[in-house]
Each structure stands twice: as structure tokens, then as C-alpha cells.
Design a protein around this ligand. Structure first.
Ligand code: PDD
Length: 284
């Protein structure tokens, strides 16, 4: 079951026009929301970021938060599995002609689906993952969760072709994020996270990690992180809603720290799991 423009239907029956601006221009925004035991994790935060992305591309939100919550609940209930990832996207709809400027009357296309959410395989957590680096050649509104992801796809493919899991991006000598994740650094016992700006997506998981660092008294700094600091890090992590937090143990074929998942990662992973459990429990 998927949701498309007011209706629930099997995915095989869902059709979108070739004149849709999402198809023609990548003119849309999206969210990926993790669902644990059929309950959305950090829904309010995801909906807030969705609103910011919509504002950023000047597209009216087709639904109130309460309506989104109901729609998400219905799509989640329709799937068998308890842990899911809900994907939702809103495009600027169709026009009669292909025209860069906005249509005079905008009827957004609203699409939502839910897929099984599998945690990363345990060996990725136990042995760590490898990454490559690349120059961040994306546009200057990386804070918007836009469906225009061509640059991200090309960058992620570089990792895949090098047998790696992620591409770490640097812009003008500073860390921005991963091709589809945020990146954290541990150096001299301090957790470093880049400042939120137009150069990276403000990850929902990024916020959880920083909240946990604060709650557990882990020294941390949110500031511009230089490429040299990343290359000299004792630990490197990637975070996202679908991967939670994973240790990067090799960057460009060189070991990060001692080449094994670090001690601070181990702590953070434990805190994250506990936090997830407690939130789900409380809301249940
Ligand atoms: N991507 N930065 C980028 C470029 C991303 O694509 C993502 C997540 C993140 C992490 O954000 P969050 O913690 O809110 O998931 C950072 C999603 C999962 C995706 O595109 O599938």
C-alpha cells in the first residue's frame, strides 16, 4: 500500500504524470521517518524540517501536522512489519508545458510509502565501515531536503565503486556531511560536529547524538571542522535515520584511529539504543 494524492492503493496501481515537476526538474522535497514498533521516532522534528524544506522551495504544505500524523499512521498500520521507514515526498505537481517557472495554479503531488526498516548488519557496527572522501560539489542549499539528489547519488556511487559505504564530503577545507548522512569526529576525547548551515542537512539523528552527548556529559564542540582534523581523528561516525550511528574505520584506504570502532562510539551506540527504547516505552 502506498499513498498518492488522497488515496491509498497498491504500488502497482500508482501513477504519476510525466509532466510532474518532480520528474522533470526534481522540484520537490522529502522526508524519511523511522518507525519503531509501529511508532514514528521524532515525528514532530521530521515534520518541522519538512515545513522548513517546503518554505525553502516556496511550496505550501498540503497538510497540517495532525493530518500528516494520521496519514503516516494509516500507512504504517497497513504494513505487517513493526519497524519501518516512511518515505514521503511532495512535488510542485504538473503543468501543461515544461516550464521552469512555477505553474500558475499549483496542485502538489503527495506521495508516501513505507518500507521495512532493517538495522545495519551487526558486523558494520562491530567491525566498522569504510568511506572515501570527495569534494562537496552540491548546490548551496544543502539544508533543504530536496528530491534533487543527483549530486548526492553521484557522490554515493563513488563510495560504492570503491567498495565503501559512504562518501565524506569536504568543502573549502571543511567537513560538511556524508552523501546521505551526517558525519561526527572524535579527536582528543572531544566529539566534534559541524555547525548547522546551508551547507549540510540538519539531521534528526545529528540532534539526537548531540542531545545524548550533553545528557551524558561527553565533551563536545559544534563548530567548523577542518579536513585535517577529520584525517587525524581517533574516531569518525556517520549518522542517519536509517543507519542510526555507525563507525567509519577507514577513510581513503587509511585507518581512522587504530582502524577499529572506537570506545566513544561504543558508548554512544549504547546510549542511542537505550534512548530509543525509553522513548518508545514512554509513548506506549
Ligand atoms: N538521508 N545528510 C544527508 C545528505 C542525508 O541524505 C541524510 C539522510 C542525513 C541524515 O539526516 P537524518 O538523521 O534526519 O536521517 C544527512 C535519508 C535517510 C535518505 O535520503 O534516505
Amino acid at each position: 500500500m502506498i499513498y498518492l494524492n488522497g488515496e491509498f492503493m497498491p504500488v502497482s496501481e500508482a501513477k504519476v504524470s510525466v509532466m510532474d515537476r518532480g520528474f522533470l526538474f526534481g522540484d520537490g522535497v522529502y522526508e524519511v521517518i523511522p518507525i519503531y514498533s509501529k511508532r514514528p521516532f521524532r515525528l514532530a522534528e521530521h515534520l518541522r524540517r519538512l515545513q522548513a524544506s517546503l518554505d525553502g522551495i516556496r511550496l505550501a504544505n498540503p497538510h497540517s501536522d495532525a493530518e500528516w500524523s494520521t496519514l503516516i499512521g494509516r500507512i504504517v498500520d497497513a504494513a505487517d512489519y513493526p519497524d519501518q521507514q516512511v518515505y514521503l515526498q511532495i512535488t510542485r505537481g504538473t503543468d501543461e508545458k515544461r516550464n521552469h517557472a512555477f505553474p500558475k495554479v499549483v496542485r502538489p503531488t503527495v506521495f508516501m510509502m513505507s518500507e521495512l526498516l532493517l538495522p545495519p548488519p551487526p558486523e558494520q557496527r562491530e567491525r566498522g565501515i569504510s568511506a572515501v572522501s570527495a569534494a562537496d560539489n552540491r548546490w548551496l542549499r544543502c539544508d533543504l531536503k530536496s528530491t534533487s539528489l543527483l549530486a548526492n547519488c553521484l557522490l554515493r556511487q563513488q563510495a560504492v565503486e570503491a567498495g565503501c559505504a559512504e562518501t565524506v564530503l569536504f568543502r573549502d577545507g571543511f567537513l560538511s556531511e556524508g552523501a546521505a548522512s551526517n558525519i561526527f569526529v572524535v579527536k582528543d576525547g572531544i566529539l566534534l560536529a559541524p555547525n548547522k548551515s546551508h551547507l549540510m542537512l540538519a539531521g534528526i539523528t545529528y540532534d539526537v547524538i548531540l542531545e545524548l552527548a550533553l545528557a551524558h556529559g561527553l565533551p563536545h564542540e559544534v563548530r567548523d571542522v577542518r579536513e585535517e582534523e577529520v584525517r587525524a581523528a581517533s574516531e569518525l561516525w556517520m549518522t542517519s535515520s536509517t543507519k542510526e550511528v555507525l563507525p567509519i574505520v577507514s577513510l581513503d584506504d587509511r585507518p581512522v584511529g587504530d582502524g577499529k570502532p572506537g570506545q566513544v562510539f561504543g558508548q554512544m551506540y549504547g546510549w542511542y539504543q537505550k534512548f530509543k527504547q525509553s522513548v518508545m516505552h514512554r509513548r506506549g
